[in-house]
Design a protein around this ligand. Structure first.
Ligand code: ADP
Ligand code: PLP
Length: 274
């Protein structure tokens, strides 16, 4: 099998656990070649409780990165934190221009540990421009609520209602991550493909060392799609991948504990990595 190529259009997490760093580590672990275009730079302030400061990148600096990557050619792509409406418009244009068909949208709106929405004006642009181009979109409960414009999501029935709305907005497949936020004894995600629902469950790991879990999950889906998996099969592997990563999450310093991106490939049979 030839080496499949992926790319992430995402923010840089200087602390290395989330953002494009998480994506590239995940791509590597799952045996695909990873490329990246940086949309914004996130730095954490050690003197201010690790507050996340977001430094946007001008869209003029993003386009040449995309041209580099798309001239190489890719098998699947993902988006993460998108710094501005201009960058979201650019992404939509390039998806159309290059006829990209395996597109994973992780609609990052907040960083864990922070409660303000990063760049709220981006949410409308994501809804209008990226959802219709998404092979799969992977919101957490908060992001699903914002995209679907429902009330806050508290139950699996609420997740189903939001998934239907997000599908109607154009995303072909929707995975709403219940994760740690949903009041449930398991970590439950809901998969919806426009026809049926499937609940993906894993044991809930009792940890705060989960920085980068969302990025890692979406990147694992991207890698598996690049290798030719169906969306549902890709999501199932991604769920196992992120579970192993969270189980082996570790303390980086007094402020943050990232997931261990390499855990799945160390502890799960290589045969499952086709
Ligand atoms: N404590 C946990 N135990 C097991 N799985 C978890 C836990 N927290 C999150 N997950 C899983 O990790 C993935 C990413 O979810 P989450 O961390 O909620 O995303 P985000 O980073 O976007 O908020 C999902 O598959 C979710 O179910
Ligand atoms: C660049 C970047 N992207 C995405 C995220 C979201 O990370 P998570 O996967 O923990 O939701 C963060 C959080 O710090 C980030 O810095």
């Amino acid at each position: 099998m030839s080496l499949k190529k992926t790319f992430t259009l995402a923010g840089s997490d200087s602390s290395g656990g989330a953002g494009l760093q998480a994506d590239l580590k995940t791509f590597q672990e799952l045996g695909v070649y990873g490329m990246s275009a940086i949309t914004s730079i996130v730095a954490m302030d050690p003197k201010n409780n690790w507050h996340h400061n977001v430094f946007p990148i001008d869209v003029k600096t993003v386009e040449p990165q995309l041209e580099t990557i798309l001239s190489v050619g890719i098998d699947a792509m993902k988006t993460g934190m998108l710094g501005s409406v201009d960058i979201i418009e650019l992404a939509a244009r390039k998806i159309d221009e290059y006829n990209l068909s395996k597109v994973v949208i992780d609609p990052v709106m907040v960083c864990k540990g922070e409660d303000e929405v990063l760049q709220p004006e981006n949410t409308d642009a994501m809804r209008e421009l990226l959802l219709p181009r998404a092979t799969v979109v992977t919101p957490n409960l908060f992001e699903a609520w914002q995209l679907a414009q429902t009330s806050p999501i508290k139950t699996i029935d609420d997740m189903k209602e939001a998934a239907v709305k997000i599908h109607e907005l154009g995303a072909k497949n929707v995975v709403i991550k219940g994760g740690k936020q949903l009041q449930h004894e398991k970590a439950v995600d809901l998969f919806y493909n426009g026809q049926s629902f499937r609940l993906l469950e894993s044991d809930k790991v009792d940890t705060t060392y989960n920085h980068g879990a969302g990025c890692t999950f979406a990147a694992a889906i991207t890698a598996q799609l690049a290798k030719g998996n169906t969306v549902e099969a890709a999501v199932i592997v991604a769920k196992d991948f992120v579970h192993a990563a969270i189980e082996h999450g570790f303390k980086l310093n007094q402020f943050v504990g990232p997931v261990m991106h390499g855990a799945y490939t160390r502890f799960v049979s290589k045969e499952q990595l086709s």
